[in-house]
Design a protein around this ligand. Structure first.
Ligand code: UDP
Ligand code: MG
Length: 313
């Protein structure tokens, strides 16, 4: 038997992917020859994120004929972020790569990605240059989200960036050292830094099954992203506070002077109601913003496990 000096851990989060898993394995294994020439051996880590279909059996079947296939199976659905971290924690490779099970992250570019690592890059990331096959409304909001993030966060978050990423052990460990509970990978990758090479490719349609992201799930995820990597909303709240203090002061002066000149007939009930309700609304909005951050802090402080494992091999 040949021995290889290095290992590449392929980490695949799976949620209801029974159809995709064999397709994914067959496609990816085609790249094996290239990597063997470089003395790199594969290690597959499938993370079953509480699937309700035969995902576990599909992985078991692969494990029977290929002992390099491993599984971490969660006790329920914890989300893709949890699956990513579980896979990275279990990985033993000198390199790790994150890939979706649906073949939207084409395995064919793995050799090219590895080439850049050999050239000295610490990680090779991918972004898709178009959003073909995606509902236009989703693309629209995605674009708005990224342009907003660029303005309000110091961390670089790239539009169209996928989680498909090949990393050295050093970068993997850096990511694992970020212990936060509310995880937003796109931000975490930007935050850790290191030399990153960006590759671009056109959007690929899912091989089988359907997307696990509803519009609402994506919307909530984008709010997580904003709060995890920007405190700008808090500044907005403070800005409202200062702004209304100034307005109130100007108004006070105006009323004071007017009373001196014209006396003080009781009037202006409608305007008072308008001002009171408007400022009341702004106060609630600002309290809400603070509340959102507090709820994130609450979850961080509880320090619950990010996932629970039911089964692994
Ligand atoms: N996924 C997961 N947990 C979830 C949702 C998705 O592990 O709660 C996995 C899913 O099985 C797939 C990857 O994350 O391998 C990307 O999901 P999907 O293809 O549905 O997202 P899209 O490509 O449509 O953005
Ligand atoms: Mg997909």
């Amino acid at each position: 038997m040949e021995t290889y000096t290095k290992t590449l851990s392929i980490i695949v989060p799976c949620y209801n992917e029974e159809e995709s898993i064999p397709l994914f394995y067959n496609e990816t294994i085609k790249q094996e020859e290239f990597f063997h020439q470089k003395s790199v051996e594969f290690e597959f880590i499938f993370v079953n994120d509480g699937s309700k279909d035969g995902t576990v059996d599909a992985v078991k079947k692969l494990h029977e004929k290929d002992k390099r296939v491993h599984l971490v199976s969660f006790s329920r659905n914890f989300g893709k972020e949890a699956a990513i971290i579980a896979g990275l924690e279990k990985s033993t490779g000198d390199f790790t790569v994150l890939m979706d099970a649906d073949l939207q992250d084409p395995p064919a570019i793995l050799p090219e990605m590895y080439g850049y690592i050999e050239q000295g890059y610490d990680s090779v990331a991918t972004r898709r240059v178009d959003r073909k096959g995606e509902p236009p409304i989703r693309s629209f909001f995605a674009r708005r989200f990224y342009s907003l993030m660029r303005k309000i966060s110091k961390t670089e978050i790239v539009d169209g960036a996928r989680d498909y990423r090949l990393m050295t052990r050093q970068v993997t460990d850096a990511i694992l050292s970020m212990k936060e509970y509310n995880r937003f990978s796109k931000g975490i990758f930007g935050w850790v830094g290191y030399n990153t090479k960006w590759l671009e490719y056109e959007n690929v349609q899912r091989a089988a099954g359907e997307t696990k992201w509803s519009f609402w799930k994506l919307f909530l995820y984008s709010l997580d992203g904003i709060m995890a990597f920007s405190t700008f909303p808090l500044s907005v709240a403070a800005f409202f506070g200062i702004f209304f203090c100034l307005v109130a002061f100007a108004f006070m002066l105006f009323i004071f002077i007017r009373a001196l000149i014209y006396g003080d007939p009781v009037a202006g009930w409608p305007s008072i109601i308008c001002v009171v309700t408007f400022i009341g609304g702004v106060q609630l909005l600002c309290t809400g913003i603070i509340g959102e951050y507090m709820s994130k802090m609450y979850m961080e402080v509880k320090d619950r496990p990010k996932y629970l494992v039911k089964d692994e091999f």
